[in-house]
Design a protein around this ligand. Sequence first.
Ligand SMILES: Cc1ncc(COP(=O)(O)O)c(C=O)c1O
Length: 382
Amino acid sequence: MDTFKEEQFQLATYKKMPIVAERGEGVWLYASNGDKYLDLYGGHAVAGTGHCHPHVVKAIGEQAGQLLFYSNLVYSEARARAAEKLVSIAPDDDMKVFFCNSGTEANENAMRMARMSTGREKIITFSGGFHGRTADAISATFLGKYRELGKPNVPGHLEAEFGNVESVRALADDTVAAIMLEPIQSMAGVHMAQPEFYAALRELCDERGIVLIYDEVQTGVGRTGTWFFASRHAGANVAPDIITLAKALGSGVPVGACLVTKAIASQIKENDLGTTFGGGMLAMAAVTATLEAIENDDMLANVRRVETYLRSRLREVEQVKAVRGLGFLLGIEFHDKAAPVHQKLLERKIITGTSSDTKVLRLLPPLCLQEEHVELLVDALS
Ligand SMILES: Cc1ncc(COP(=O)(O)O)c(C=O)c1O
């Protein structure tokens, strides 16, 4: 294929790797020239179940032959199944779901629900956080220059310091509707706060009537070795009021979702939220099959086991200064710049992710990654 054809006809908004992706299987991505890549990036954390998991492919194929789409004006078995399955794995099984199409849209709707249910307008988010590129979500994004791209920003967005509850407390007055955070800040270079921070945010929200939103677009759907970051770190009373999801939720079929507590759900009325494609049958078949595949293949336990192995092997690599994160959302910090490492790994047919921290590479591999694949990475790094 002529790789320049795409550039001839598509806006040049993405920095691309020199790969023409043709097919995928598990942790492997095959290029049109016959090259085979170990995919430790999962196409932006989307290939959670691995590329073309047979259970997901079969479900999508069957649904495609039956009904591709009908809107929310009718009931659907496929939608009911996906909603039931997603709610059954939520940290609180009293939650309800709203389906949409992407991560940014899930965050827009989460903030809107917070404003509707509190009657307040302001939103607190954190320096280093990334929440998407639509107007409200980019205004909530205090990472690097992204916010600038969304000028003029939506008013009422306040910036607190990630990990510092006092900085939040100082802003959290009775005009604040929500506090929203990536529980692990991924694009910023994979940063996690101390467990006390999450507990303190929950307490503060309870005390001041504020909605707590976890943006789990990256951390959700098994990536941290449990279904959600919220479930792993929940402890007593630490679950958020809204969890937003996208990326791995449909194994590559675009879908986003907000999981919402019953208390907030009860305040959302007909026509308050909506989107044409949300809850479409093809996406719903993908959601159900994705969650089933993770369950059937015991991928959550796999993430926890292989994470331990990966960390121990990376500790033996001299150039690695630190490994941060949880499960299969890991940031490898090098003593020096990470870009040349990213490039050299690519030459050795291993795809990793960069981050806005120039010394950090990100790993967001499929949840089926095995020890033998870790060895390929460690060999290449060494
Ligand atoms: C934490 C987080 N939130 C939201 C988004 C936006 O998701 P989408 O690109 O599906 O709109 C992203 C995308 O990278 C993300 O990483």
